[in-house]
Design a protein. Structure first.
Length: 375
């Protein structure tokens, strides 16, 4: 990665790229992992995860998000991508279609393609806050559609689908008998009036819903590689069979840390959220001060996704070139919107210090004030 090469050579790069909290894992979670080591919890576990953790996940999701799952309807995985991959692999045959709203998390399309499925993109609009509408989803459904992947709060846009619209989306999936895969990775990072919400809180939703959850963001545990899926038992059983032939199980020590996370205090979440809200306000104000840049206000996660198309020569939409120039000439690292299926946009992560945000905004302002963008 060019940004890492520049950093290694001593260049001061303001990095808006990382998609992970810049807070440490809470101490009580780390101590649980240390205790697991002392207790020799270093052997294989049950493929689906240790029984106390599966129960704790179900209890936590019920308490926090209003669902009603049993441990037999839960699998613990080595990260959210693995949970998604297992579910897609279990459900998709060659030529089956998976609907993916765009902008999308970069891994979704390739996970579908690895299983010989076909991603079908439904483009959402910045003018509508990048929110998927039920009628858009329904228009994309064909006889080959098997899954719709809904990521709310969204990476890269920070968009949140309001509960009533989410319920309409669920009704479309139910009516057409397709799976709704709810990626809830950022569930607890919401701002203003938005609150954590799960479509699995609808009592009747279970037959058509797959919940993908993760400890990575909520508990600042990205490197621990720990996540889970909640779904009807037959699907979970199929995912367990697949996991048994891939990772065998999530890391034993991480599972005991996850157990502490699921059963312990949530004190770290409001602390992180308050700081992210402060940074979000600052980065949005910084964008608004640069002529030609517009940015829908993100309702969740910790990303801003500004429209920079007016800064591109001849309206090319090539934000990849702009991202390269920002890195080379201003030493600002961002992720191009092209990677998320949204040319003309850039993703800025504000999971970095306010000091670095201020410096990055100064450089961004100087860059656009002094240089024409070449393509």
């Amino acid at each position: 990665m060019e940004a890492e090469r520049l950093k290694a050579s001593g260049v001061d790069v303001v990095d808006f790229g990382p998609g992970e909290p810049d807070f440490p894992t809470p101490e009580y979670i780390k101590q649980a992992a240390i205790q697991a080591l002392r207790d020799e919890r270093t052997k294989y576990t049950a493929t689906a995860g240790i029984a106390p953790l599966r129960k704790a996940v179900c209890d936590w999701h019920k308490r926090e998000l209003g669902s009603a799952y049993e441990p037999s309807e839960c699998i613990v995985t080595a990260g959210g991508k693995h949970a998604i991959s297992l579910a897609v692999s279990a459900l998709i045959d060659e030529g089956d279609e998976v609907i993916i709203p765009a902008p999308y998390w970069v891994s979704f399309p390739d996970i579908v393609r690895i299983s010989d499925g076909e991603p079908v993109f439904v483009h959402t609009a910045a003018s509508d806050g990048f929110r998927l509408r039920a009628e858009q989803l329904e228009a994309a459904i064909t006889p080959r559609t098997r899954i719709a992947i809904i990521n709310s709060p969204n990476n890269p846009t920070g968009a949140i689908i309001p509960p009533k619209e989410y319920q309409r989306i669920y009704e479309v999936c139910r009516r057409h008998n397709i799976w709704l895969m709810a990626d809830e990775c950022y569930s607890h990072f919401t701002y203003g009036d938005a609150k954590p919400y799960s479509i699995a809180s609808l009592p009747e939703s279970k037959p058509n819903v797959i919940v993908i959850g993760s400890m990575s963001k909520t508990f600042a545990m990205t490197g621990w590689r720990l996540a889970y899926a909640l779904a009807p038992k037959p699907l979970i059983d199929a995912m367990i069979k697949l996991q048994s032939q891939s990772t065998s199980n999530a890391t034993s020590i991480a599972q005991y840390a996850g157990l502490a996370a699921m059963t312990g205090p949530m004190d770290s979440v409001p602390v992180m959220l308050a700081e992210y809200a402060r940074r979000r306000a600052r980065i949005l104000a910084g964008f608004s001060a640069i002529p030609g840049i517009t940015c829908p206000e993100p309702s969740g996660a910790f990303y801003a996704f500004p429209d920079v198309s007016s800064k591109l020569v001849n309206g090319s939409g090539d934000s990849t070139t702009l991202a390269k120039q920002l890195l080379e000439r201003a030493h600002i690292a961002v992720v191009t919107g092209d990677a998320f299926g949204a040319p003309g946009f850039l993703r800025f992560s504000y999971a970095t210090s306010m000091e670095r945000i201020e410096e990055g905004l100064r450089r961004l302002d100087r860059f656009f004030a002094s240089a024409a963008v070449a393509t």
